[in-house]
Design a protein around this ligand. Structure first.
Ligand SMILES: [Cu+2]
Length: 116
């Protein structure tokens, strides 16, 4: 039962996210495709969300926030090598979404995590 509810929470994290962007582009310039999450092992309280963010507009944008009813707080994280070790860190200024580009949040790379 606990696993089922955890899985449900993670699924909610992925599909019920409210995300904020910095530019006031028309809503049709930014879209989200293939949001998903995975069950976390061993009673972990942390969920991770992945997706593709597509900017079809002519103005660079930035993912600046995310929230979910399944988590008190959601952070935008990147994965980066530090002293030969892959580590994640929060992107306090958000994630750039260049004009005409797709940015993938995927396992081993950028992701949303909550609660941190
Ligand atoms: Cu993370």
């Amino acid at each position: 039962m606990r696993i089922a509810s955890r899985t449900m929470m993670l699924a909610t994290l992925a599909v019920a996210l409210a995300i904020g962007f910095s530019q006031a582009q028309s809503a049709s310039s930014i879209s989200i495709e293939k949001p998903f999450s995975r069950a976390t092992p061993g009673g972990s309280q942390v969920g991770v969300g992945y997706m593709a963010i597509i900017n079809t507009g002519s103005i660079a944008d930035r993912l600046v926030s995310a929230s979910s009813p399944a988590a008190g707080k959601v952070q935008i994280h990147e994965m980066a090598m530090q002293n030969g070790v892959m580590k994640m860190r929060e992107l306090p200024d958000g994630l750039p979404i260049e004009a005409g580009k797709t940015v993938s949040l995927a396992p081993g790379g950028n992701h949303l995590m909550g609660p941190p």
